[in-house]
Design a protein around this ligand. Structure first.
Ligand code: HEM
Length: 474
């Protein structure tokens, strides 16, 4: 793995082991330095906290105060200092993506890293937009059979998880802040959730157990900050998709809806032969329309996993039996659908199709605009193509908006597309010729093995795409 540094663990001073750190976290000392409030932090605010004695850094959208952690960092103070005052996601992942920073730094959360634009707003609007405010911006309405809550988080891509703790106790965590409502009467699970990501509107529909109009929705009972790291999930069902890839359906043990945006991922953690292993996976929700797997309910976690001969976790997942447990983290990642673009070009190789499926689904069903999508899907043989039937059905149903080209490297291509690998000729053949204006309308996503990703990035940069116009899943 490229680290850009000589990787060496340092000898920590006595009293600075992980156990000591956990003890400090549980001591009641405020490690956040901001009194435990959840703040909205701009990049320029973050940059001010760049000293050893006042050190903040951001990882995957969350800002942490690491001042107290300095002497506990196994890589040493000087290494940790390299990340302070910045969004250290890339640096952190390059060195030790496997480190469970969320758990280690759970008592150090300062807030969320937010777009600079927010801070250019007049103060009056800024105050209304600040996620730290306690006030809840909420509407509700009902019909005989259901009631519906609408939350306005005022932050794009809000973090959303929803649980039904009791038939009449409904809790929702928005951007890390949890609130509970004791409902007037009982409701069923699962709920139906709709999120308008770019304006931060969240709508939750709860189905009443008994038909009737309620005089009130109930009472808002608690306001707490609960930082949950991992939830337990049990395997409901598994299906073979190709000879070495499976479609796995999991149910959260509690009644939980954990919203993962298209292109974002969760960490899966499992105990494999006595060792805890954790890796990122992109859920392939929502494939709710596919009938060959039965009806998939909204709160199901759907994973597509390829079993690699040396892949500890992938082999473990593919060998799970019904009822076996795994642990699943909160959503992570920084991918945002480009609402300013209209044409998406997706380059996927093998299981690199996983993040593309929700992106395609979302783009085809967007209520905001009509996206056009071109998918170039690279595989060795036709039998390796994952969900070809599904992709073909979608491209037939949306023929003017979704075009799929299958590119095979190891056999003749009966589908009429190129035989070969990703190279300049493939790009020239399938990419539209762009001028400066039409370039602004296009965005490219890439997902495959590291060599594929690197080559694609080189080729799309050659085509004139700028950093903001493409995203490489790695
Ligand atoms: C962003 C700037 C950071 C840099 C440049 C950095 C660098 C390093 C380096 C060079 C090592 C030694 C790697 C080895 O030889 O195994 C290390 C280890 C470690 N770092 Fe960091 N680190 C950073 C941030 C963090 C943060 C924020 C955390 C906290 C959660 C953290 C937790 C750890 C842990 C737990 C290890 C030991 C890993 C192991 O034993 O496998 N680091 N770090």
């Amino acid at each position: 793995m490229a680290t850009g540094t000589t990787r060496n663990k340092v000898a920590l001073a006595p009293g600075h082991s992980l156990m000591d750190w956990i003890r400090l976290g549980n001591s009641g000392n405020d490690l956040t330095g901001v009194g435990g409030k959840i703040l909205s932090v701009s990049k320029s605010e973050l940059a001010k906290h760049n000293k050893r004695t006042d050190a903040w850094l951001a990882i995957r959208g969350t800002v942490y105060n690491v001042t107290q952690y300095m002497d506990f960092h196994p890589g040493g103070v000087d290494e940790l200092v390299r990340g302070i005052g910045t969004d250290a996601t890339k640096l952190f992942s390059e060195i030790h993506a496997w480190v469970n920073y969320e758990s280690i730094l759970q008592k150090c959360v300062v807030g969320r890293l937010v777009n600079e634009e927010l801070f250019k707003l007049p103060d009056i609007l800024k105050a209304a937009t600040d996620v730290s405010e306690n006030e809840l911006n909420m509407d509700w309405f009902q019909q005989l059979g259901f009631l519906c809550f609408v939350f306005y988080t005022k932050t794009p891509y809000p973090e959303v998880s929803i649980t039904l703790k009791q038939p009449n106790q409904f809790c929702f965590a928005l951007n890390g802040k949890t609130r509970c409502i004791t409902l007037h009467k009982n409701v069923n699970w699962p709920c139906v959730v709709k999120i308008v990501a770019d304006i931060g509107k969240v709508q939750v529909k709860l189905i009443k157990k008994v038909l009737g109009l309620w005089p009130t929705f109930g009472t808002l009972t608690t306001t707490r900050n609960i930082q949950i790291d991992y939830w337990k999930c049990e395997l409901l069902n598994s299906f073979d998709v190709t000879p070495n890839a499976k479609f796995l359906l999991f149910k959260y043990q509690q009644n939980l809806y954990n919203h993962v945006y298209p292109g974002r991922h969760i960490y899966i953690k499992a105990n494999v032969n006595g060792q805890v292993v954790s890796r990122p996976y992109t859920p392939v929700w929502p494939l709710v329309e596919t009938t060959e797997y039965g009806i998939i309910s909204e709160d199901t976690l759907c994973l597509l996993v390829k079993s690699y001969p040396n892949g500890k976790l992938s082999r473990h997942l593919c060998s799970l039996n019904q009822g076996d447990l795994i642990e699943v983290s909160r959503p992570q990642g920084s991918f945002e659908c480009w609402t300013s673009k209209t044409n998406l070009i997706l380059l996927a190789a093998g299981t690199g199709i996983t993040p593309m499926l929700p992106i395609i689904w979302n783009a085809l069903h967007s209520s905001i605009k009509k996206y056009n999508i071109t998918l170039l899907y690279f595989n060795k043989k036709e039998t390796c193509i994952i969900w070809k039937k599904y992709l073909d059905q979608k491209s037939a149903a949306y023929s003017s908006r979704l075009t799929v080209h299958y590119i095979l490297s190891e056999e003749e291509n009966s589908m009429g597309d190129t035989k070969g690998h990703i190279d300049e000729s493939v790009i020239t053949k399938y990419f539209p010729t762009l001028n400066e204006e039409s370039l602004n309308e296009h965005a490219v996503c890439v997902c495959g093995p590291p060599g594929f990703n690197k080559l694609c990035e080189k080729l799309i940069v050659q085509q004139g795409y700028k950093k903001d116009d493409y995203f490489v899943f790695g």
